[in-house]
Design a protein around this ligand. Structure first.
Ligand code: UT7
Length: 330
């Protein structure tokens, strides 16, 4: 049976490095607090003029080049983001225009930190049925333009970074490829991590009072998210492994969504695997939500941590709540 293989990977991170020391200029925080609680030392933030679609374009071009295909061989775009360039249309359409690929479908996926794995699942189904042959799957995020960088928003603002990661997916010619994907959500916790405004259910969607109250900034019940992530990530990894008839002893590398270094370390403990088996690049990029998994795949490959034939586990947890895992023979 056809499987979906990763043909090439690409990335883009903005040039502007924002260190924890830089954050102390705007909010009451410290390098020590952020490093101890999150493992983050620095993140990249866009400079004026850079958009999610433009970062995605750079990442996509690199992924196509690495896949050894020309851009016009891409027959579908799936793009995951929680920070679209505009409310509508989807950032996938802006990316499609930038890539010069009129006519091919462009689907935006809104599953926050799980957006990449949710999108992967859609792309995998399309490739296995033969509907599309070369799918560009991108995660791209611009958080920095929407953060409350005052002390009021420090719990969230210290976490997030900007960036884009892309992969080109196609049908495999051997036994490599995606073996299983498991997706979950629980909307009961939608307001534990969210941005309220602008919202079409508000009358009006946005006004000065909403802005004054800071309701256009992301809000998070950090401890709640933390606790749930520790429960759900190991659970969904076991579930996806079970589905593919494999176990943790078969796994070479786990790439979790880069939410917090302490979450990654504690998930490893709960799974009973070596810390070295868990990939981390949050130190330098922070939490880039839907872009974090493809950016981590890219870095893992660049560091020689992913070799042909390795068994790779991807796992995520985030706003929604959504959580997911994918098992892949690389
Ligand atoms: O990818 C999306 C999913 N998101 C996540 O996975 C995030 C999960 N949550 C977390 O990573 C952690 O909850 C945080 C890193 C966000 C916060 O760490 P915490 O250990 O849960 O701290 P806390 O929210 O319980 O806050 C403890 C204290 C508070 O002060 P008081 O009330 O004890 O005086 C906060 O105001 O730390 C304070 N605090 C900060 N202090 C310095 C919160 N943010 C900061 C900050 N610098 N940046």
């Amino acid at each position: 049976m056809t499987k979906t293989v990763f043909m090439g990977t690409g990335h883009y991170v903005p040039e502007r490095v924002v260190t924890n020391h830089d954050l102390t200029r705007w909010m009451e925080t410290s390098d020590q607090w952020i490093v101890d609680r999150t493992g983050i030392h620095e993140r990249r933030w866009v400079s004026e003029g850079m958009s999610g679609a433009e970062m995605a374009e750079h990442a996509a071009k690199e992924a196509a080049e690495k896949a050894g295909i020309s851009l016009d061989e891409i027959d579908c775009i799936v793009l995951a983001t929680l920070s679209p360039d505009h409310t509508f249309p989807g950032t996938g359409c802006f990316l499609q225009q930038r890539l010069g690929l009129p006519g091919i479908p462009a689907l935006d996926v809104r599953a926050q930190c799980s957006g990449f794995i949710y999108g992967l699942s859609v792309a995998d189904a399309w490739i296995r049925t033969g509907q599309y042959k070369r799918i560009l799957m991108v995660g791209t995020e611009v958080h920095s333009t929407g953060l409350d960088v005052s002390t009021r928003g420090r719990d969230v603002a210290c976490l997030f970074g900007d960036g884009a990661g892309a992969v080109v997916l196609g049908p495999s010619e051997d036994d490599r490829g995606i073996l299983s994907i498991k997706l979950h959500a629980d909307g009961k916790y939608a307001k534990s991590l969210w941005i309220e405004a602008p919202g079409s259910c508000l009358h009006p969607r946005i006004d000065e009072e909403l802005i004054r109250q800071g309701r256009h900034y992301p809000k998070m019940k950090g401890r709640h998210v933390f606790t749930f992530a520790l429960q759900k990530m190991p659970e969904v990894i076991h579930e996806a492994l079970h589905e593919s008839g494999l176990s943790l002893s078969d796994v070479d590398l786990i790439i979790p969504h880069q939410a917090n270094k302490r979450i990654t370390e504690q998930v490893a403990k709960q799974l009973g695997v070596d810390q070295e088996m868990m990939f981390s690049n949050i130190e330098k990029l922070g939490n880039t939500t839907a872009a974090s998994i493809p950016l981590a795949i890219y870095d893992a490959q660049r560091q020689g941590r992913l070799k042909r034939g390795d068994l790779l586990v991807l796992a995520s947890f985030g706003a929604g709540f959504t959580w997911a895992a994918a098992i892949c023979r690389w």
